[in-house]
Unconditional design. Structure first.
Length: 156
């Protein structure tokens, strides 16, 4: 697994969901909704440099606010209250961007899998040395590769 690199499984940017930080939230949500197999929205600047990602939780909370759907009654902490206030005033996707966990094409698949497990994410942004988004790698790809490797070594 150490010999295999992220570049061996990296999906190009054309298949990853990347939006510009100045894009409107509704447009970004429409693009996200049209790609049901996608779990992350990567946010880039005008030059393609990765600025972060949008967490599904933030999207769902923004939609809940826009639709006027109330949350179940529970105690809301200060951080959640600030999040709701920020979301209610957000109009661009860049307004709700969080830092993204990234790998580089030359990183090992073992490193990528370790990051996915530690950060509890199913997609990682793949960036070049300039921080530009070049693609993504998905947990399903890594697991599939692991299973293929396991079955090929058992057959020997």
């Amino acid at each position: 697994m150490e010999k295999l690199k992220v570049r061996d499984l990296c999906l190009p940017c054309s298949l990853a969901l990347a939006v510009k930080e100045s894009d409107g939230l509704e447009a970004a949500i429409r693009r996200f909704a049209s790609q049901p197999e996608t779990h992350a929205i990567f946010v880039v600047d005008n030059k393609g440099k990765l600025k972060g990602l949008v967490k599904i939780r933030h999207l769902l909370n923004w939609i809940r606010l826009k639709l006027g759907v109330s949350r179940e009654r529970r105690n809301i902490n200060v951080a959640e209250a600030f999040e709701v206030a920020k979301l209610s005033q957000s109009s661009q996707i860049g307004d709700i961007t969080s830092p993204a966990v990234t790998v580089k094409p030359e990183d090992s698949l073992a490193h990528a899998l370790n990051l996915m497990a530690n950060e509890e994410v199913v997609e990682l942004a793949v960036v070049n040395d300039d921080g530009e988004l070049v693609g993504e790698i998905k947990l399903t790809q890594v697991l599939s590769q692991l299973l293929d490797m396991g079955s090929s070594t058992q057959g020997k």
